[in-house]
Design a protein around this ligand. Structure first.
Ligand code: CDP
Length: 225
């Protein structure tokens, strides 16, 4: 059967990652969370006490960074930094606050886009992020652009963080989503934008299952062609 690449982009907290993961599971595809890669790199530089404007230091350290994905005890794909799982460490409010500044650094994007391209070589992949349909896989057979009302996004993200026992408040979550959207859409290198040929899905009034089904239905039509 034909195997395709599915690129899912969109604003912060629109449910891209959970949707992409479920779409991949339904199709028997590999799921790659590109945002986790930017978060892990941010975590690494914060540990090294290097800030996003120290580009010379960033460039000299980038080679050392080893990123990979492995499976956790539930069989979920989780990011590893230097062979160590850092899934919880990269979801903290501190990383959410700093990640968009690191993600705007061209040298970091070059390294991560190179890795993302290599993951897609064998097709049969669902990747979510901000520039997947525009920069990482401009030839992807299916591109999806997800949006949702800000208040709905903030509430969903708060529940997600509470489930992970990461203490935070709704107002802080909402401010973080607004700030990241602003930084991600206005940066010079690979800003978040909808690819011309992307299918837009507004998830404000959709259930999780409905948004997954929409994408799976389109994907199956393309796979059958
Ligand atoms: O919180 P959410 O799941 O929506 O975001 P994420 O996918 O974990 O991505 C975190 C941050 O990484 C984004 O706000 C972007 O600054 C950056 N990112 C990016 O620049 N390009 C990507 N392909 C993925 C993420």
């Amino acid at each position: 059967m034909k195997r395709i690449v599915i690129a899912i982009d969109g604003y912060s907290g629109t449910g891209k990652s959970s949707t992409a993961k479920e779409v991949a599971a339904k199709l028997g595809y590999k799921y790659i969370d590109s945002g986790a890669m930017y978060r892990a790199v941010t975590y690494y530089f914060l540990q090294e006490q290097i800030s996003s404007d120290e580009t010379v230091k960033i460039k000299s350290k980038l080679e050392e960074i080893e990123l990979d994905f492995s499976l956790d005890e539930n069989g979920d794909s989780v990011i590893c930094l230097g062979g160590v799982k850092v899934e919880n460490e990269i979801r903290t409010p501190e990383i959410s606050e700093r990640v968009s500044a690191f993600a705007a650094v061209p040298a970091i994007r070059r390294k991560l886009v190179g890795l993302q391209n290599s993951f897609g070589l064998r097709k049969g992949i669902v990747m979510d992020g901000r520039d997947i349909g525009t920069v990482v896989f401009p030839e992807a057979e299916l591109k999806v652009f997800m949006t949702a009302d800000l208040k709905v996004r903030a509430k969903r993200r708060l529940i997600e963080l509470e489930n992970k026992r990461l203490k935070t408040e709704l107002s802080g979550v909402e401010i973080n989503l607004i700030e990241r959207d602003k930084k991600d859409t206005t940066r010079v290198d690979s800003p978040l934008t909808k690819a011309e040929d992307a299918v837009e899905i507004d998830t404000t009034d959709l259930t999780f299952q409905e948004q997954v089904d929409k994408i799976v239905t389109i994907a199956k039509e393309l796979i059958r062609e």
